[in-house]
Design a protein around this ligand. Structure first.
Ligand SMILES: [Mg+2]
Length: 342
């Protein structure tokens, strides 16, 4: 962390506003001789302009000046500080007035300290050095604050990444089993509360073991990724879609009844069948078996609904694969175009 103006090579900047030329020259000479970088101005307005490029400064301002007096400058500087244009500064008001009321007014305008004219050189320099110590502490705090904000932002970013990693199936980018059940449960509660229809489509890749054995595991992974991507593009983003086992997937279709969900399932089946998936130049025939169940009074949980869909998926497998089975009492093979009684 570098702190400007406290660098041994860089001298602390003193902005001096004093309208009387002789006094201005005297203060500038004394302060400069004590190791400060003095920038002298003949009124508050010019001093304020001079402050705009600085991050930190020590300010010595005369009270009575044309254009903008010391108290007005002090108020303007306080605004710069509040707007964080000035990270740190120390404001020393020079005044010929020693009445308590005037001193109170100056301090209330935001001055950090005051000195009455005629002043003692040693006292002026001692107050400036005290001001410089305060500025250095303010700069240090500011630097730590910035560092803290950076670290916080980084932690927030990491937490989001960790959460995403924890919820995602690394191979397909879909929700993993745990996250799928979490989201499915949320949708289940929502559908039940508002009495919306809600359907579940379970599917898996037919003879997936054979894909792995014939074409290798890299080809098997490729098929899983491709099938996931094909289906992801077809189902609404709001539908919960997850990989819940090796080659087993599940889509929760919010607001879908059994017939609508079965039609979608049939579309997915047909799409995958004709997709011509290939790996390293070899075409791999891929088909899906699917089971579709709609939420009914028989289901007391999302797991019960999924178990029903899984049972129908099993029937699709048993009956020759590459087909959709849908709940209708005992279950029936879905024939496109035909109505389904659930
Ligand atoms: Mg004056």
């Amino acid at each position: 962390m570098s702190i400007s103006n406290t660098d041994p090579i860089q001298r602390p900047v003193v902005v001096l506003a004093e309208d009387e030329p002789a006094t201005r020259a005297l203060i500038a000479r004394q302060v400069s001789a004590a190791g400060f970088d003095v920038r002298a101005y003949e009124n508050g307005r010019l001093a304020l302009d001079g402050l705009r490029d600085l991050e930190t400064a020590l300010i010595i301002a005369d009270w009575h000046m044309p254009e903008m007096d010391g108290v007005a400058l002090c108020r303007a500087v306080r605004e710069l500080r509040e707007a964080h244009a000035l990270r740190s500064c120390f404001f020393l008001l020079l005044t010929a007035e020693s009445e308590v009321e005037s001193i109170v007014e100056g301090l209330e305008a935001g001055a950090d300290d005051y000195l009455t004219k005629p002043y003692h050189r040693q006292e002026l320099l001692a107050r400036l050095r005290a001001g410089q110590r305060i500025n250095e502490l303010q700069q240090l705090l500011w630097g730590r604050q910035v560092e803290l904000e950076r670290v916080n932002a980084q932690l927030g970013h990491m937490a989001k990444r960790m959460e995403k990693l924890a919820n995602t199936d690394a191979l397909t980018g879909l929700s993993n089993r745990r996250h799928f059940f979490e989201r499915a449960d949320e949708q289940w509660s929502l559908a039940r509360r508002h009495d919306h229809p809600f359907s579940c489509v379970m599917f898996d890749i037919d003879h997936f073991k054979r894909v792995n054995d014939t074409y290798g595991h890299a080809a098997g992974d490729h098929v899983l990724r491709e099938v996931a991507a094909l289906i992801r593009a077809e189902v609404p983003k709001s539908d919960v879609f997850g990989r819940i086992g090796g080659e087993e997937f599940c889509v929760m279709m919010f607001a879908a009844q059994a017939d609508g969900a079965a039609q979608t399932a049939e579309r997915l089946r047909s799409m995958v069948e004709s997709a011509h998936l290939a790996f390293e130049g070899r075409e791999i025939p891929v088909t899906l078996s699917l089971g579709v169940a709609e939420r009914s009074e028989r289901h007391d949980s999302v797991e019960a609904l999924i178990a029903d869909a899984d049972q129908l998926l099993y029937r699709a497998k048993e009956s020759g694969r590459n087909q959709v089975w849908v709940s209708s009492g005992g279950g029936t093979r879905f024939a496109p175009g035909a109505a389904v009684a659930s």
